[in-house]
Design a protein around this ligand. Sequence first.
Ligand SMILES: *Cc1c(COP(=O)(O)O)cnc(C)c1O
Length: 379
Amino acid sequence: MKAVPLLDLKRQFQYMEAELMEALRRCLDHQRWILGPEVEEFEEAARSYLRVSNAIGVASGTDALVVALRALAIKIKGREYFDPADEIITTPFTFTATGDAILRAGATPVFVDIDPLSFNLNPERMGEYLENHAERVVGILPVHLYGNPCQMDQIMELAEAYGLFVVEDVAQAFGGEWEGRKLGTIGTVGAFSFFPTKNLGGWGDGGLVVTDDEELAEIIRMLGRHGGRDKYNAEHIGYNSRLDTFQAAILKVKLKHVDEFNKRRRQIAALYEKGFSTFESVELPHFQGGHVFHQYTIRIKKGNRDKAREHLKQRAVATAVYYPLCLHQMSLFLGRCRMAGSLREAERATKEVLSLPMDPLLEEKEVAYVVSTLREVLT
Ligand SMILES: *Cc1c(COP(=O)(O)O)cnc(C)c1O
């Protein structure tokens, strides 16, 4: 067996090479690199796919989060930034950018523990924090980690009860759904990333902000374009954060394949699930309808994770640990965050999780090889 990669972008390129090359050729011909026609075409395609009234391209998923939060500060508080007394609830078990965006918008992240089955924010724990500290909290930032939908009905109920905004971090869940609605369109704003390895990935950085709120959409659009409706007459402290024409051209092609690829990811997840069904020391992901398996992440108990990982590496199976540290354990967040009680489950997850190869074009025999190789060290 050849090496099994975590993800194989070369296979994906070859799979749709002709369409991609044609889209690129079109860009080379028109040479309109900044906000060229493909950007609007892609935004339109994304709006219709996600069934949302505004979709605004930005330069990265991180920027999508930052401009979404900044726009909310401007709309709700009438100020450019939140201030540190304003709290935003989020998960400590996520990529750095989620919490960093809260700091960059001027607010304080409040970390609430995760649910051990879904790896996502635990709504009960969130409710407990809100019961005692509601007056400080302005919003909730749930992350659909690994492509697995958060409990959006409970999150939206809390948001409504306490008058909070919800910014969904949909970086890992393009195409995912919660009760028939696309993730990213349930909260006030959704922030997507098109980092190359995401379920919908470009050939460089890119991001998208979506919302049904027209006023917010207008502010978001301004923030990404130097802070004004007209870039020679700014109103806000803005950024130069636009989706590249070139990336939009690639993404427009790849968007057509995203459902097919997400379906294939679910099939691979089902193969893994069958393969691991007899393993006692492996805990499998909690299957949820609408999960798009950005990662297929298992738990390996009893301190055996690193041993298993090393064995897989010896046998040329690539794996990853998302994430080896929680946000509250990083020096960046020291003294800049609040912890809503114990974050025990998030901390335990960092020691047990292992993400296995997950690529829409992974072959059945590769999945079988990963399972049998893991069987050599675990039962
Ligand atoms: C990738 C990612 C981001 C950031 O996206 P970039 O496009 O890399 O800036 C934010 N949040 C989560 C959960 C991510 O996985």
